[in-house]
Design a protein around this ligand. Sequence first.
Ligand SMILES: Cc1cc2nc3c(=O)[nH]c(=O)nc-3n(C[C@H](O)[C@H](O)[C@H](O)COP(=O)(O)OP(=O)(O)OC[C@H]3O[C@@H](n4cnc5c(N)ncnc54)[C@H](O)[C@@H]3O)c2cc1C
Length: 285
Amino acid sequence: MFDTIIIGGGPASLSAAIYLKNANKNVLIIEKEVPGGKILKTEKITNYLGFIEEDASLLAYKMYEQTQKLNIPINIEKAIDVEDNDNEKTVITDKNTYKAKTIIIACGRTQKKLGIQNEDKLYGKGVSYCTKCDASLYKDKVVGIISNNKDDVLYLSNIAKKVIFINYSKKDVNFDNDNIEVINNEKVIKINEKNDIIKSITLSSNKEYEISCLFIETGYTPNIDFIKKLNIETKNNYIITDENMKTNINGIYAAGDIVYKKVYQIINAASEGMVAALSIVKDLK
Ligand SMILES: Cc1cc2nc3c(=O)[nH]c(=O)nc-3n(C[C@H](O)[C@H](O)[C@H](O)COP(=O)(O)OP(=O)(O)OC[C@H]3O[C@@H](n4cnc5c(N)ncnc54)[C@H](O)[C@@H]3O)c2cc1C
């Protein structure tokens, strides 16, 4: 039986695993794709402390390498169910069944897409799903944004030359900032490219706007379907934890983007992984 099984292999998980292994705990990571998580969905990381401008996949690799120096096992399997029998948890994957004393759920969230032409192709080439992460790459440029959060639009307006806000909500929205143009009652129907980079967007009125990036902030879905049976306390489908990253179920912890909180970045995902790990070290004594 493992001391801890961590479900998900992103920064929250890898950070937790390092702290657990350093505390001599027997830990297993289960990751359905590749270790590194969402970091692998972007190109450059410019806001993670200690890395001035890091290739995102290299940063993910360094995190993975750090776990491999400690011989932490990472099994590439998809968790499909978790059973709770108080001091014994069972994780069922698409390939195996494992037992552990504790579990950390660190399986992140999936962004909602618009489902329009070129959206997938231009992801990272002028289509972004993370304003706070990528806005700095478009300093003094003209950008577009679809968001249900006014703060994203204001954040962008401090960096970009001009922000075209395509308002998908039914309510009219106004801003005082001169560099924000609000477009009501329209949808983006097409993202246009030139040489594999975004060139413009076409709206439902057929009007075309030249932009350097389209930020799509239409929300996320936390990856919790496989633990629905557990009755873990959630808000808007995000897991609620206390300050020790404990859920309402004894021995089950959560960390990173799966958690209900205000900010979703690598630095706090890694920090929460560390807190969950140290809570487990204390609780397993
Ligand atoms: C485009 C983009 C750019 C970003 N840029 C930045 C940035 O510049 N700076 C910054 O700080 N943050 C950035 N972020 C946010 C950052 O990537 C996340 O906050 C961080 O990765 C969250 O870490 P996590 O470990 O909680 O989850 P994730 O990184 O999402 O990792 C979760 C892992 O769980 C796995 N998983 C899911 N379900 C299962 C299952 N059933 N079984 C097994 N494994 C499963 C997934 O495959 C994934 O690898 C960006 C995010 C995006 C989308």
